[in-house]
Design a protein around this ligand. Structure first.
Ligand SMILES: Cc1cc2nc3c(=O)[nH]c(=O)nc-3n(C[C@H](O)[C@H](O)[C@H](O)COP(=O)(O)OP(=O)(O)OC[C@H]3O[C@@H](n4cnc5c(N)ncnc54)[C@H](O)[C@@H]3O)c2cc1C
Length: 395
């Protein structure tokens, strides 16, 4: 009987988890149909020093969301072929290698061997490296370089369907493209594991709740807003490790419910450094330049350009389909002993080696939607840290 109850509870929990699957940094991945296992063994986790005096930085950034998904297509403007590669919402790092591979194929198809990349974030850097590997001579032109790009302000988890498009635009053709992007990126990331500085690694993430099924508030019938597409479970469930459940009392978070997922994490400082170093070592050039209108691109010597300007494409190309989705990170002093992530009461904690990351992620993917304000909110940062601190028994 107890076994049946536990099983029912776990299945309900898995269903509820899907509701929050697309929030990057939430510590929950869309789960496949595979059964979860119930663990009763005790779990020991290094205690996190989650105190607000350890906040070193509060950063705000806007995700470049497009209802119809990323724009990866070629456009002829005057003498130039511009291959767009922007609008990846909350999935830019996660999809970068696969999306840039498509952009590079389109750029190389023109037949030129000198190619410009506009932008030096996740998309610009991966486009530039893949162009070099395809035999091109590449110059990156960008207003800002890491760490002063939006990509440097991401949570740093492999979340390939986070705010990637609205469900109504997830056509079979889109799904095919997304799956290719996700799989190619995942494969590429496996070759970046185990490197000095740990640019990429796997971590355990614990989804903690006070109630057995407390994964997300149910969507109200009156909520007629478009739904964000959730694609992982349908298309790449085989890439997602099975989750495990820990019963209340078998871990240090007391009478709470715990579900463990394993996820890929990017230590963005080390990772961006690696990408730039590899690009320069292969003869790549970087020039600081800001463009205010597409016409200004005519001055560049290259005939083929990859446009990887992210949220900047909204102003540069007048593309108002790019919608800002605000996200704020509170960064605290690194703690090398803490190698696990947490999600509790709509707050995510990511154990990045380049600074621990605390983030209020809200009830759903509309949190921060159409908000381009970039002023840091100290109260929100402290709420994030204090919520996670509340998990640990008083010292
Ligand atoms: C809070 C938060 C958390 C996130 N977490 C994750 C996560 O965990 N995993 C994940 O995969 N994604 C995450 N994302 C999403 C990810 O950060 C973005 O999708 C990604 O950064 C987009 O990269 P990009 O290269 O397109 O753009 P950017 O990083 O914005 O790079 C754009 C480049 O273009 C340049 N540029 C722009 N305009 C111009 C111009 N007019 N002239 C010259 N240069 C210009 C910029 O200087 C910059 O170099 C998160 C985003 C936010 C906000």
């Amino acid at each position: 009987m107890q076994g049946q109850l536990d099983r029912r509870r776990l299945l309900a929990g898995a269903g509820a988890a899907l509701l929050v699957a697309a929030v990057e940094g939430c510590g929950v991945q869309a789960l496949g149909a595979r059964p979860q296992s119930l663990r009763k063994s005790s779990l020991k986790l290094a205690r996190l020093r989650a105190t607000t005096d350890r906040i070193t930085q509060i950063t705000v950034c806007t995700r470049p969301f497009r209802a119809q998904g990323p724009r990866v297509e070629a456009e002829q403007i005057g003498q130039k072929t511009i291959v767009h590669n922007y609008g990846h919402g909350g999935s830019g790092w996660s999809l970068s290698w696969g999306s840039s591979a498509i952009a590079v194929q389109k750029a190389m198809a023109v037949g030129e061997r000198e190619v410009a990349v506009i932008g030096c974030g996740a998309m610009g850097l991966t486009s530039a490296l893949l162009l070099q590997r395809a035999g091109a001579r590449v110059t990156i032109y960008a207003k800002d370089l890491p760490p002063n790009v939006r990509s440097s302000l991401a949570s740093g988890l492999w979340t390939p369907d986070s705010r990637i498009c609205f469900e109504e635009h997830a056509t079979p053709q889109f799904k095919q493209m997304w799956e290719n992007m996700a799989r190619q990126s995942f494969r590429t990331y496996q070759n970046l594991l185990g490197l000095p500085g740990n640019p990429v690694e796997f971590i355990d993430n614990y989804f903690v709740s006070d109630e057995p099924n407390d994964a997300s508030r149910p969507r109200l019938a009156a909520d007629t807003r478009p739904r964000f597409a959730e694609l992982q479970r349908e298309l790449i469930a085989d890439l997602i490790p099975r989750s495990e459940e820990f019963v209340p009392g078998s871990h240090e978070f007391g009478a709470r419910y715990l579900r463990r997922n394993t996820m890929m994490m990017f230590n963005i400082t080390a990772y961006a450094h690696l990408l730039i170093s590899d690009f320069l070592a292969a003869g790549g050039k970087i020039e600081i330049a800001e463009f205010h209108a597409p016409g200004e691109l005519a001055k560049l010597r290259e005939k083929v350009l990859i446009n990887a300007t992210g949220f900047g494409a909204r102003a540069l190309f007048g593309d108002e389909s790019v919608i800002p989705v605000r996200g704020q990170l509170a960064r605290t002093i690194p703690e090398p002993d803490v190698g696990y992530g947490l999600f509790y009461k709509r707050v995510s904690f990511v154990p990045r080696r380049d600074g621990l990351v605390f983030q209020v992620v809200g009830d759903d993917d509309y949190y921060g939607f159409d908000d381009d304000s970039t002023a840091p909110n100290r109260a929100e940062a402290e709420l994030a840290v204090n919520t996670i601190a509340g998990l640990y028994p008083a010292a």
